[in-house]
Design a protein around this ligand. Structure first.
Ligand code: AKG
Ligand code: FE2
Length: 364
């Protein structure tokens, strides 16, 4: 039965616009720009209410599945972002003095994994379990995704070298989405301050074993880089402060040198599907357990190790294991990055290879 005309008209007045349909599909009315990558902007109303419109979710999912990477702008209040940025710049001066600190892919990159402050006043839900972010993640990974990694990449000013193009996972992973990293930029970023180079669509463009330059790491073969760039170029996009970048863990990307005189800080927050049974744990203070389990809606804390007493993030060792095997973890130690090979041989060779032209795209 057709709706009474008055009811129909009323719904148009409330939404301000009539929904448009093409071939039975709703045409989403969202503010978006760009195609490599796509940037979708939340309305202020969505950000302030914490309610993501279904159309916004539809668009994010569409481009996430297509590209393995999509940017959601206007997701986090700028004041919160500035406050965390300033604190983490101060932390960086302390952290670079620590004996366990290591640059990712060598000192030239100026790229440091630095854990953000984990005391209660800094653990704001809008970063780690942002409602818009969780709504997207649960639609990609299934119910109650597991928070298992809280870290950041700081590109310090004065970096001169770039990273090799790589995928963060290089073990035998399932060929479906099983985990994501959410990168949150704490300042406006672009090529000038070393925004990450991303390769949209590479989350599922080639078999893992074929694309990897060596099976020990996620660096991509030169021939694959040259061929893929003909399909879609790698880019260093422009991303606004407070944006959330959703990245499939399989996506090719590379850290780039920061040529500005300010730190470039990008949070890295990983969620995994429950069925994947990732063994990695992320540390959070026990004093926040009740609050987090009540207020960080929609997530599972199965992957959290609750730590009693003071938790100084700068004294924690970088720890990573995105495989399904508990023994394959990687940890920063005073002797260097310790992977399973170092444990077996006593030789600390992880991440000591030099990046050369073989490891990034060169225009032909
Ligand atoms: O900091 C960045 O832009 C990316 C760093 C990165 O991909 C890594 O260290 O694995
Ligand atoms: Fe990476």
């Amino acid at each position: 039965m057709a709706l009474p005309v008055t009811q129909n008209q009323q719904s148009h007045i409330i939404s301000g616009k009539s929904p448009q349909y093409v071939d039975g599909a709703l045409v989403p009315e969202v503010d978006k720009h760009g195609d490599n990558p796509v940037v979708i902007r939340l309305t202020d109303e969505e950000r302030l209410s914490g309610k993501t419109k279904p159309e916004t979710i539809q668009e994010i999912l569409k481009y996430y599945h297509r590209d393995g990477f999509v940017v959601l702008e206007n997701a986090i209040d700028e004041h919160l972002v500035d406050r965390l940025y300033n604190r983490m710049v101060q932390d960086n001066a302390v952290y670079i003095q620590k004996p366990q600190m290591r640059y990712n892919q060598g000192v030239d990159t100026g790229n440091i994994s630095q854990i953000p402050p984990l005391t209660p006043e800094w653990l704001h839900r809008d970063f780690y379990a942002n409602p818009h972010m969780i709504r997207v993640v649960e639609n990609i990974l299934g119910p109650r995704p597991e928070l298992r990694f809280i870290n950041s990449n700081v590109a310090v000013p004065g970096g001169t070298g770039r990273q090799a193009v790589h995928s963060d996972v290089h073990h035998a992973y399932p060929e479906i989405p099983f985990g994501l990293v959410m990168n949150i930029y704490l300042q406006d970023s672009d090529e000038s301050n070393g925004i990450t180079e991303v390769w949209c669509g590479t989350h599922n463009c080639a078999a893992r074993k074929d694309q990897q330059a060596s099976l020990e790491r996620g660096w991509i073969k030169k021939s694959y880089l040259q061929e893929r760039a003909k399909v879609k170029r790698p880019v260093q996009p422009k991303v606004k402060k407070g944006s959330i970048c959703f990245r499939d863990l399989r996506l090719w990307h590379a850290g780039m040198p920061n040529k500005s005189d300010h730190h470039r800080i990008m949070l890295a927050i990983d969620y995994f599907a429950q069925w994947y049974q990732c063994p990695m744990k992320t540390k959070l203070p026990l004093s926040m357990k009740e609050t987090i389990e009540r207020e960080w809606e929609g997530i599972s804390t199965e992957g959290v190790e609750w730590v009693d007493g003071d938790l100084d993030s700068l004294d924690l060792n970088f720890f990573l294991n995105m495989t399904q095997d508990p023994l394959l973890y990687l940890e920063q130690t005073d002797r260097g990055f310790e992977d399973w090979r170092a444990r077996a041989t006593g030789q600390y060779n992880f991440d000591t290879n030099k990046v050369t032209e073989e490891n990034y795209w060169t225009p032909e």
